[in-house]
Design a protein around this ligand. Structure first.
Ligand SMILES: Nc1ncnc2c1ncn2[C@@H]1O[C@H](COP(=O)(O)OP(=O)(O)O)[C@@H](O)[C@H]1O
Ligand SMILES: [Mg+2]
Length: 301
């Protein structure tokens, strides 16, 4: 079964798609069977990054039932080496607000695909759409830029992802009383939801705490500049203190004109300008991710 890596962010425009597409290409170049999925349905742009202007089928075709398998939607990209893309164009009200059951169906079909690695380029922000797909990842990667609004939104994103994760555990454990309480209340903090669960059932609280300890997203800081002042250590401390998660720095990618250029000519920057500062940092980030994935994906084929 394929390993799923999800890529999320608090804010749009931070570089999620740039990072997901370049990492996907690098894994494919190693001989992995890689599928990149554009789940940012309202801002889908991965197909454009690969110069695929009119994809013959998209995720929407699968969701609406026009195509009945994801294998029928995935298309090999031009720079490929076996990299396939599930494009995400074609927003409708139904795809913008997918019901939980439909999301589960997408995930079930994804897990059955012929692949070693599946990269999910999730929608930004804290809608259920964004959070639920992000939480599907066996490995979760978050992206932010050093500007304060992006960092604030990253914190909010991780907090709400943690709350959603704990909520799902509480609901899955299924006691009627607990379910009723969790469904009717909005939670502002991780501690608040843990305390609420604990008042009903100590064992569920312990389970939730255990799950939170394992919720340690990998972090890519993108578009850094020499004057970048963000203290990553401070951000890590705050997230650990208030959410209980460790934020693991995977890579830092500089702001680099080569990225814009690569987007303009529809070719990933690791291909177009492999010696540029951004490409070098992306390759380093890829190596770190590869190490973290370890035995999860089969050795080079
Ligand atoms: N490292 C970088 N250096 C320069 N520009 C970048 C970099 N990363 C992203 N960008 C710019 O930011 C824009 C948004 O990136 P994108 O990956 O589409 O964001 P997201 O998927 O998070 O919405 C890109 O079109 C590109 O112009
Ligand atoms: Mg994007």
């Amino acid at each position: 079964m394929a390993t799923i890596v999800s890529v999320g962010s608090g804010k749009g425009g931070v570089g999620k798609s740039v990072i997901a597409s370049n990492l996907a290409l690098l894994f494919a170049r190693m001989g992995k069977r890689v599928i990149l999925v554009d789940l940012d349905i309202s801002g889908a742009n991965l197909h454009v990054m690969f110069g695929m202007h009119h994809p013959p089928a998209t995720l929407t075709d699968f969701i609406t039932g026009r195509v009945n398998s994801l294998e029928g939607v995935a298309q090999e990209v031009e720079w490929g080496s076996g990299l396939r893309l599930i494009p995400g164009t074609g927003e409708t009200l139904a795809t913008a607000n997918l019901l939980f059951a439909k999301k589960k169906r997408v995930v079930r079909h994804l897990r059955q695909m012929q692949a070693d690695l599946i990269l999910l380029d999730c929608a930004p922000g804290t809608s259920y759409q964004a959070l639920d797909f992000f939480l599907v990842g066996d490995i979760q990667l978050v992206v932010a830029t050093p500007d304060p609004p992006s960092v604030v939104e990253l914190y909010r994103f991780i907090k709400l992802a943690a709350i959603r994760k704990v909520l799902m555990i509480g609901l899955a454990r299924g006691q009627k009383e607990l379910k009723a309480i969790l469904m009717e209340k909005e939670f502002d903090s991780v501690q608040e939801i843990l305390d609420t669960i604990g008042r009903v059932d100590k064992a569920s609280q312990e389970k939730a705490e255990e799950v939170l300890r394992e919720f340690n997203p990998l972090f890519v800081l993108n578009q850094t500049a020499d004057k970048t002042k963000l203290s990553i250590a401070y951000l890590q401390q705050v997230i650990y203190k208030f959410i209980g998660s460790e934020l693991i720095l995977l890579g830092e990618i500089p702001k680099d004109e080569a990225v814009d250029q690569s987007i303009r000519i529809f070719q990933p920057v690791v291909d177009l300008a492999s010696k540029s500062p951004a490409a070098k940092a992306l390759i380093q980030t890829f190596h770190s991710l590869q190490q973290r994935l370890g035995d999860r994906i089969p050795a080079l084929t």
